[in-house]
Design a protein around this ligand. Sequence first.
Ligand code: UD1
Ligand code: CA
Length: 461
Amino acid sequence: MRPLHIVVLAAGKGTRMRSERAKVLHRLAGQPLIEHVLGASRTMNPASVTVVVGHQAEAVKAALAREKCGVVLQEPQLGTGHALLQAEPALKGAPGDVLLLSGDVPLLRGETLQQLVARHRQAGAAATVLTADVDGPHEYGRIVRENGAIARIVEHKDATEAERRIREINSGIYVFDLEPLFASLEALGSANAQGEYYLPDLVALYRGRGLTVETMRMPDGSEIRGVNSRAELAALSRDMRLRTCEALMSAGVTIEDPATAYIDATVEVGPDTIIHPNVSLEGTTRIGARCEIHSGSRLVNAVVADDVLIRNHCVIVESSIDAKATVGPFAHVRPESSIGPGAHVGNFVELKKTSMGPGAKANHLTYLGDATIGSRVNVGAGTITCNYDGEKKHQTVIEDGAFIGSDTQLVAPVRIGKGAYVGAGSSIVKDVPAGALAVARGKQINKEGWVEKKARQKRGK
Ligand code: UD1
Ligand code: CA
């Protein structure tokens, strides 16, 4: 098998984004543009991946730090032909082919790239261009054919009126045989409207030398659209999200309104789960089977088991929820929390670095931070773990079966023993032994007839 190398062009300025940030770092459906392209690249099992950076090079490099790819710098940016030439030191003398991708073309599917490479290899071509027929070719390069075969590519800015009427466009995605590539790139000129070294000029150069140039022509341009503006970013984001929703729906997930389901491509959802409108599922979130997630909830890197009910307007971040638990409405589950099987977290409850055991309940208006809560514990309304002394965070432990009365403050570090009771309105500053009742509040005094007495004083009698 011939080795396949991948080069991703990402050095351009992206002027029309009107952004301080590098274009390829703008997020599309939750992930930076470049991540989508690298994701499609990985499905090709490439021998190497090289990203050409230039504009905002340091930021792009930093974003790529954890990727298995090489980075080369193009400085200054003299066009796409010049950009690919910068990969020469990384690929010099390597056998095989190079697949050239654009960092700003995020919707390309792995399958399309597989077909493109297969086409290139079957034809034994020196270059293969991915093209598409589109309705409004706008600024794209046009494919000029002679006797059916591709003769050259002309950029919109350099095209004649007749050429501008051509509907077949250059996607900017190509496969090249490495053998003649770099020497030919050196021969490209820059006598054109933009004074740049155009990679598409390689087509005419190859044809002139009798090398085979192949095309793969797509019936429409939906996959090869690039992001050049914020409007295109939004439009392509929507298409990517719909694609993700369609894949989930065909795997048995009910999505009530795919137009408002914001589900990253990286998220997994089990069958028979129901997702209501306006739900965001982000990052590495995994949802089990038969769950229901109501409107307004946002889950980030969360792990949710089967049969979980998440009511409206919950924010759940980097936490796990076990089978048959219920959460919300209006719950905030902050990082490193875990909610045990069958546990209940109710409205206006905030958890932080807190684990709740099986069947534990905290149903109303509660803050539980740095707490370990056993099984079947009942946390009454308005309970607060006072976990912070102004300098350090401290732990609260509530053992199995304990009952915390409403409006209780648990001043950490503190431990409530197994099966113990805490009376409502208590400020607990000492450990409570297992099986004990702790009451820590002012004693109640009833003053009989007080109201009547007060009223008489007022009347001056
Ligand atoms: C390019 C093609 C055009 C094609 C279109 C498809 C050229 C000359 N034209 O035009 O035929 O229809 O893509 O989207 O290639 N880049 C660099 N260094 C540079 C210039 C660009 O790395 O010096 C990168 C950009 O970051 C981008 C890609 O190359 O990822 C394409 O560059 P862009 O300026 O967007 O080219 P288009 O004008 O869209
Ligand atoms: Ca472009």
